[in-house]
Design a protein around this ligand. Structure first.
Ligand code: DHB
Ligand code: FE
Length: 279
């Protein structure tokens, strides 16, 4: 049967992609941020996943404001990266696992989560940058992927509670797959940031730290906040952090904390890395 090895959280800041492309990761501005990933990089290498499920939000590349599913899952054999406007170089294609994706979709619908299935899906920085930082590759990823998109960009955005619940259903879906797959889940986005409007530049370190602690040991606490409460504390784009709850919901409640790192600011964002391992 498929087995969930663990999960990793990561922001997905576009500038991180440019820092990698330009070879700046050891420059003083970037070093602490990238150093904070090293234990996660090492853990992932040792975890040897067959498939990584990447929970992320599309930023206007594959979906646009005219049509935006609340939850969508990739069911393709290949996913192509493109830049939706940040000037990022495209990285190599990602190999999908169609049979596994369709199993997840079927199981989620059976569990009353009516998810959008995508047989073609372009992936943007929200998906690609965590892959680049955590696998330290730009192509030939050596692992299959399942993109899992959550609408965090246009009202109405699902609640944290809903994300935690769909995560629990995703966990059951994964563990009911008969093949012996090793699965790791990335929860991407966040943490506090606001890119526009009067509060542009907002970062809330205290709230981010509290959120990380809640995601580790008491996800219901973060999940009980309304989206308005999260946005008030963490900024409009800070709402992306609800995607961590999809990953968290799929893991065991007593999943073990392997690594925790927080760095702010980087680009416009407070960036948190967590590695949680199932027992
Ligand atoms: C930044 C962060 C994001 O999550 C994003 O989608 C775009 C920009 C930033 O910190 O600059
Ligand atoms: Fe984002």
């Amino acid at each position: 049967m498929a087995k969930i090895i663990g999960g990793i959280t990561s922001s997905h800041i576009p500038a991180v992609g440019n820092a990698i492309t330009q070879g700046l990761t050891q420059e003083p501005y970037w070093k602490r941020f990238f150093d904070g990933y090293q234990p996660a990089v090492k853990w992932l290498e040792e975890a040897k996943p067959d498939v990584i499920i990447v929970v992320y939000n599309d930023h206007g590349l594959n979906f646009f404001l005219d049509k935006i599913p609340t939850f969508a899952i990739g069911c393709a054999d290949k996913y192509i990266n493109a830049d939706e406007g940040w000037g990022l170089n495209a990285v190599g294609d990602f190999e999908g696992d169609q049979a596994f994706s369709w199993h997840l979709a079927e199981s989620l619908v059976e569990q009353e989560f009516d998810i959008c299935t995508c047989q073609e899906m372009k992936v943007d920085h929200g998906f690609v940058n965590p892959m680049r930082v955590l696998l330290e590759k730009e192509k030939d990823w050596g692992v299959k992927v399942v993109p899992f998109a959550v609408n965090t960009v246009q009202h109405p955005v699902p609640s944290g509670k809903r994300c935690l619940k769909i995560g629990e259903a995703l966990g059951k879906a994964i563990e009911s797959y008969p093949e012996d797959l090793r699965v790791v889940i990335f929860g991407t986005g966040g943490m506090s940031h606001q890119l526009q409007g009067e509060r542009a530049g907002l970062i809330n370190v205290d709230f981010d730290i509290e959120t990380m602690e809640s995601v580790i040991s008491e996800p219901e606490k973060f999940a009980s906040l309304s989206n308005a409460e999260i946005i008030e504390q963490a900024g409009t784009e800070g709402i992306e952090t609800i995607m961590w709850l999809v990953m968290r919901g799929a893991l065991q409640p007593d999943a073990k904390l392997i690594h925790k790192h927080y760095h702010a600011p980087i680009s416009n964002t407070g960036a948190g890395v967590l590695v949680l391992e199932n027992q």
